[in-house]
Design a protein around this ligand. Structure first.
Ligand SMILES: [Zn+2]
Length: 124
């Protein structure tokens, strides 16, 4: 286990808070879209996230297309990884090493360690 219970709890709380912030900023700009859309995102079930069983799927796809939407999806993915296995949460998707608590504290939805991130950005 790469992180202590307390660290995981902290990261979970960070993710939940960032998720709320992303939802608010996605829905803030479109008051007409309104409460229904916000509701759809707030109640957005993690388990249903990749299933097309929802009536609001198209609205959601529209809402999730922007930068905040992409972050929201990344946050949901991170929460899903956390709930699936707390023991392996925070392992780098590239090299398998621990991503590092400082990096996760800054970007709790990060999927890769800083080395792999740099490599990716340099196209290596
Ligand atoms: Zn890595």
């Amino acid at each position: 286990m790469a992180y202590t219970k307390e660290q995981l709890k902290h990261l979970e709380a960070r993710l939940v808070r960032e998720r709320e912030r992303a939802v608010r900023s996605i829905t803030r700009f479109d008051l007409d879209f309104g409460a229904a859309a916000q509701e759809a995102l707030v109640t957005f079930s993690l388990h249903m996230a990749d299933e097309g069983t929802d009536n609001n799927q198209r609205e959601k796809a529209f809402l999730l297309a922007g930068e905040d939407g992409r972050r929201l999806l990344a946050i949901d993915n991170a929460l899903r990884r956390l709930y699936k296995s707390r023991a392996s949460f925070g392992e780098c998707g590239g090299c398998g090493n621990a991503v590092g608590f400082d990096r996760l504290d800054a970007i709790p939805w990060a999927e890769t360690c800083i080395q792999c991130q740099n490599q990716r950005e340099n196209g290596a």
